[in-house]
Design a protein around this ligand. Structure first.
Ligand SMILES: Nc1nc2c(ncn2[C@@H]2O[C@H](COP(=O)(O)OP(=O)(O)O)[C@@H](O)[C@H]2O)c(=O)[nH]1
Ligand SMILES: [Mg+2]
Length: 317
């Protein structure tokens, strides 16, 4: 067995374990939805619709999935309920892969942008700082020089937490004292990264959403200051969403994408929820790729999102 199959086995185990609550929830609901039925009929489809909606897949995406299954049932005439999870898996996978964006193969950044600047945004508590630590770990493992910037200057604990991650992973961090100007921290971080030939810069930001205008102004200011050092920065604005909050994560994605230009999503805490179906809805709904998923609090518990692997893990292969 080659080294790659070893890693992908580990990866699959983490994914399966992380999604186990969602999986149990979905399977027990499907079992109830088809109880006493041998054939997929309107009643089974109604029940299935309810299963998907209560698993936080979201109404729009659920309706698309159901209509695909209806078409298939109409075409194949007689579909047994035993075949239903396989069909569900196939239809969801094809819905997601038809959609826009390619999945990442691994933790990489474009070689021609150096330093590649990632600005991480999202409301407090969703897992921004943790995701930054995990990303730093992965990029470092991939041979990249990583530099972190502690631009969430509103809470002392936020800076300290990022310092702890930088020590754990063994990457440099640029910070100032609490309360200082986040844009100034971003400026210092990019300057230092450039001077030191860093490959990747990851900037943490504060996530106060109670005033949308303020947030938008602040993120714009940070971006503009970055451009003074690296003209096309930030290359990536990564919005972090807490997957365990279900429809709330959807709402936050709507608000943030309206407030600033987001071009990548990370969905965290899938290990703590039975409603991981939210990733399917988010992946389908937003014209922005879900790049990363969080499956635990450890350094290794972040994966690049692969639509097929995700659906396979959820519904079995
Ligand atoms: N179980 C689990 N916990 C997570 C995950 N990501 C973050 N957390 C936890 O969520 C809490 C808030 O994370 P933090 O990074 O401080 O969020 P921030 O306020 O957005 O920076 C911490 O206790 C993290 O350990 C995840 O994927 N799974
Ligand atoms: Mg934080």
């Amino acid at each position: 067995m080659g080294i790659f199959s070893f890693f992908s086995k580990e990866k699959k185990e983490t994914l399966d374990k992380g999604l186990s609550k969602t999986k149990e929830n979905v399977f027990s609901k499907i079992t109830r939805a088809i109880a006493g039925k041998s054939k997929v009929d309107d009643e089974v489809l109604d029940n299935l619709e309810e299963v998907l909606i209560t698993s936080d897949v979201g109404v729009d995406t659920t309706l698309k999935i159901i209509s695909r299954i209806e078409d298939r049932v109409a075409r194949d005439k007689y579909v047994t309920t035993a075949e239903l999870t396989a069909i569900l898996r196939e239809e969801i996978a094809s819905l997601l892969t038809e959609n826009h964006t390619e999945d990442l193969e691994s933790f990489t950044v474009p070689e021609d942008k150096k330093p590649y600047v990632i600005m991480v945004v999202g409301v407090n508590g969703v897992g921004k700082t943790t995701t930054i630590g995990k990303l730093a770990y992965q990029f470092k493992k991939a041979g990249k020089n990583v530099c972190l910037g502690a631009a969430d200057t509103f809470r002392a604990a936020a800076v300290e937490q990022l310092v702890i991650w930088s020590e754990r992973v063994g990457v440099p961090i640029v910070k100032q004292k609490m309360g200082s100007d986040p844009a100034s921290v971003a400026f210092d971080t990019l300057s230092s990264a450039k001077a030191n030939g860093a490959d990747v810069v990851i900037i943490d930001t504060a996530g106060r959403l109670h005033n949308k205008i303020n947030l938008m102004n602040e993120l714009t200011k940070i971006k503009n200051v970055m451009k003074k050092v690296v003209p096309d920065a930030p290359h990536e604005v990564l919005l972090v969403l807490d997957g365990s909050t279900g429809q709330n994560a959807f709402e936050q994605a709507k608000q943030f994408t309206a407030a600033t230009e987001v071009n990548a999503l990370a969905v965290t805490k899938l290990d703590g929820t039975a409603k991981g179906g939210v990733v399917i809805g988010i992946s389908d709904h937003f014209r922005i790729p879900v790049k990363y998923i969080g499956l635990g609090e450890g350094m290794e518990d972040l994966q690049v999102f692969n639509k097929k692997e995700f659906v396979n893990s959820l519904f079995g292969e």
